[in-house]
Design a protein around this ligand. Structure first.
Ligand code: NAP
Length: 291
């Protein structure tokens, strides 16, 4: 079998076009504004910030980078996040990760007003996911569902296996799919350590992998004809060229050989996740009664 690629680009473009249409006629100064808080100088965090700024520009939303010095204390950061939460001009707040080691990033994310939590990581928003709401659900979990919808995949009664149980990807994705009446199994390090990963993944009609281990999932893990959604983004050095490239958690050639539909890395889940952040910014402004 030779699988088809399920590309994220067209899905992201559609989401962005919907936002452009939604905001047409709204004066620039009244459009949603994202405040991105950057603490220190981490290149990864700065890279995300650039991408978010570009995304906001593309759809005509406002963006402000709040850059704080490396030596910012948790107390200072709590103050800034509270100020932004109270600022009526700000519709969404994101704390760029990673933060410096002396700061507890997760604890700081809980300071953000849940109605402005466009990452969807505040316990209130994760709690809403349990109740089936996608208003401000984590962007990557929503991106996985968007991709399945794009491919018109019927999740009802489907055997879905998710590898990885993180709070921002694996767990919320499992909950959202349960709401679609998928039969959902979540695998994690315990599954692998007991040698049971293959037993579960080979039963999957839809296999979703969000682990952060390049090439963990190989041909023998994939049921012939399955749909494979590869969330992983890992930097891998090519031994021949010495160049670093981004690869997924799934061996792409293997998945293309045996599956029916496969998301590429890069160009799959990641681009849709970026678009979902913009969609969440609009949703946040609506929930605050600003649109
Ligand atoms: P994470 O918080 O590190 O979670 C990884 C999960 O994988 C954990 O549940 C971990 O289990 C599990 N795990 C680790 N090794 C395993 C193994 N050998 N077998 C089975 N499970 C294993 O990571 P994350 O934030 O969910 O991200 C996962 C990957 O997705 C990363 O590559 C990340 O860069 C990528 N990502 C991509 C996007 C996107 O937009 N494309 C967005 C978010 C994340 P334990 O906790 O029990 O060890």
């Amino acid at each position: 079998m030779s699988a088809q690629l399920l590309e994220g680009g067209p899905v992201a473009d559609r989401i962005k076009q919907n936002i452009i249409d939604r905001l047409s006629g709204i004066p620039e100064g009244k459009r949603p504004k994202l405040a991105a808080v950057l603490v220190g100088d981490n290149p990864g965090a700065k890279f995300y910030a650039k991408g978010q700024e570009k995304g906001c520009q593309e759809v005509g939303m406002r963006y402000e980078l709040v850059a704080l010095p490396e030596e910012t204390t948790e107390g200072d950061l709590v103050g800034r996040l509270n100020d932004l939460s109270r600022d009526d001009d700000v519709s969404g707040i994101i704390l760029l990760m990673p933060v410096p080691e002396h700061i507890d990033g997760q604890a700081m994310q809980r300071i953000i007003d849940p109605l402005k939590d466009v990452d969807g990581v505040h316990p209130v928003n994760l709690g809403r996911v349990v109740q089936g709401s996608t208003d401000l659900a984590p962007c990557t979990a929503q991106a996985v569902l968007e991709l399945l919808d794009e491919a018109k995949v019927d999740c009802y009664g489907a055997e879905v296996v998710i590898v990885g149980h993180s709070e921002i990807v694996g767990k919320p994705t499992a909950l959202l799919l349960l709401d679609r009446f998928a039969t959902t199994t979540v695998c994690h390090i315990g599954t692998s350590d007991k040698g049971m990963l293959e037993k579960h993944t080979t039963g999957a009609d839809i296999l979703i992998v969000a682990v952060g281990v390049a090439g963990l999932i190989k041909q023998q893990h994939i049921k012939p004809g399955a749909i494979v959604i590869d969330v992983g983004t890992n930097r891998k050095k090519d031994p021949e060229t010495g160049k670093t490239r981004i690869v997924g958690d799934v061996v792409a050639e293997d998945a293309l050989e045996v599956a029916s539909l496969v998301t590429p890395v890069p160009g799959g889940v990641g681009v849709v996740t970026s678009a979902m952040l913009l969609k969440n910014l609009v949703a946040a402004a609506e929930l605050q009664g600003k649109l």
